[in-house]
Design a protein around this ligand. Structure first.
Ligand code: GDP
Ligand code: MG
Length: 166
């Protein structure tokens, strides 16, 4: 199995940390420069079960200009071209307007979306379920996966679910 996975989420939710954790030191991050194409390969994970190609799909943030609007449109088109979208959110910060904007823009995108709730090491388990419920009411996620990208909690389950989806 192999396929393309877009990692989206507002700044500081832990996208880079997750990618670094998954890919580890085995494969170098391919580029951290601003994109020149809509989907830029950031990292590749390979094991005996398959290959996950992580893409950067920038531009999903609230536009303040016509150029910004065009970038959001371009990002949405790019999301239709991938096999799976990982929408990363921050359990410690909770739900915010940045998340709402992304969810609004996921509507109409045909690609399946996993909600990845990161930084669970920072929250009490009792606070996690209400937060997940809140997100679930706003969008029909294919899977919901709580993780700690920093500590590696549940990341192997995430990889398993990704490979199953590809
Ligand atoms: P990005 O902007 O989405 O790429 O976010 P980064 O990967 O740069 O992470 C932003 C900050 O959150 C950094 O200080 C990370 O160390 C921290 N961080 C990321 N994942 C976790 C996590 O699972 N737990 C905790 N406690 N901190 C995290
Ligand atoms: Mg980053």
């Amino acid at each position: 199995r192999s396929g393309f996975v877009a990692l989206i989420g507002r700044p500081n939710v832990g996208k880079s940390t997750l990618m670094n954790h998954i890919v580890g030191q085995k494969v170098a991050i391919i580029s951290d420069k601003p994109q020149t194409t809509r989907n830029k390969i950031r990292a590749v994970y390979t094991d005996e079960r398959g290959q996950i190609i992580f893409l950067d799909t920038p531009g999903i943030h609230k536009p303040h200009s016509k150029l910004g609007e065009w970038l959001v449109k371009t990002a949405k088109d790019a999301l239709d071209e991938v096999d799976l979208i990982l929408f990363l959110v921050d359990a410690e910060q909770g739900f915010g307007p940045g998340d709402r904007f992304i969810i609004e823009n996921l509507k109409g995108v045909k690609t399946p979306v996993f909600l990845v709730v990161n930084k669970i090491d920072q929250v009490h388990p009792d606070d996690l379920l209400p937060l997940i419920d809140h997100y679930r009411k706003l969008y029909s996620f294919k899977e919901v996966v709580p993780i700690s990208a920093l500590q590696g909690n549940n990341t192997s389950t995430l990889i398993q679910l990704i490979i199953k989806e590809l």
